[in-house]
Design a protein around this ligand. Structure first.
Ligand SMILES: [Zn+2]
Length: 70
């Protein structure tokens, strides 16, 4: 409880729905060195990632993808 993070309400750029940037996700972002808030809700993020992976399945070198902690 001493992380200093608080859940944030963000608007998804994909579906324009509000979603919660949870403390766990913020900690995860901080650990990975991400300085920007996520642009998509978890649902859109998962869809986008899946589409992206299917498009580029022939490519072996991939950027590390952010995974929302469950
Ligand atoms: Zn969304």
């Amino acid at each position: 409880m001493a992380s200093g993070f608080e859940p944030k309400i963000l608007i998804c750029t994909e579906c324009n729905e509000e979603f919660v940037f949870t403390v766990a996700a913020q900690e995860y972002f901080a650990e990975r060195g991400y300085t920007e808030d996520p642009k998509r809700c978890k649902t859109c993020h998962t869809k986008y990632k899946k589409a992206n992976r299917e498009q580029r399945h022939h490519q072996s070198v991939e950027q590390p993808h952010f995974e929302y902690p469950e």
